[in-house]
Design a binder for this molecule. Sequence first.
Ligand code: T3D
Length: 266
Amino acid sequence: MSDSLVLASREGPVLTLTLNRPAALNSFTGAMHEELRAALDAAAASGEVRCIVLTGAGRGFCAGQDLADPMVAPSPAGEPPKDLGRTIELLYKPLVQRLRSMPVPVIAAVNGVAAGAGANLALNCDLVLAGQSASFIQAFAKIGLIPDTGGTWLLPRIVGRARAMGLAMLGDKLSAAEAERFGLIWKCVEDAALADEASKLAQRLAAMPVKALAATRHAIDGAQHLTLDQALDEEATVQAELGRAHDYLEGVAAFSAKRAPTFTDR
Ligand code: T3D
């Protein structure tokens, strides 16, 4: 078994990153953050990776912050308290920013429990597939915290305020099937089919114009605070740029010639 805290494997243009601390349900330590960041940076810089699948080793996806990590574990009486804001600034905020600025689509293949920052890590991915035995828990309130890793921004946008408040305040386990029904995730699939479904979806996205897919994420996220007129202007600006790129010319040429396109932009 590898000592790496994030395993990387490539199948053509698809990179699979597997969080690998199964004994602690792949909860985050500073070292796992570092390895994940390095793997995402390398994928962003590589012209060969066109889609990423993020998953977990063992029976969990990610249980959020490792609560035993000295970085966050409450200090003994008499010692200064830990500064959790610093952990967020140094680790979780850059992780979310990294994910949401990836030049290629990112799929979360949620293979088991996703709790706290682990749930919101998955929800920050572009498409979330989950095995039927997986679950999502906004565990923060149970330990006196608020949803982080983008949870306060994401939850009401994805499921609306009423459900966001229920999930965040109660911290109950939401099954993958319910998460799909809530519109929190893209799809719940049979456990045994998860890896295969994620791989098929990733290969499909990798063959698409990924530059346009990354621009789609950016435009949809950015439009959340715009007026309709501003969003229309933004669409014109982005479309002007994409219209000059290779993939648009190739897509239209392939359509006209009734052949399969070969997209290469990133
Ligand atoms: O600035 C900051 O750093 C703050 C940032 C906070 C971000 C956050 O993510 S806060 C939320 C942190 N996460 C949690 O509160 C979840 C804690 N875990 C659980 O509630 C449960 O483990 C689960 C509901 C996720 C799963 O339950 P179950 O019964 O399936 O498994 P288990 O037996 O509880 O856990 C299995 C092992 O994983 C166990 O270790 P052991 O006893 O076998 O040696 C358990 O201690 C370990 N584990 C699970 N979650 C964590 C963890 N160890 C450290 N940290 C964890 N978060």
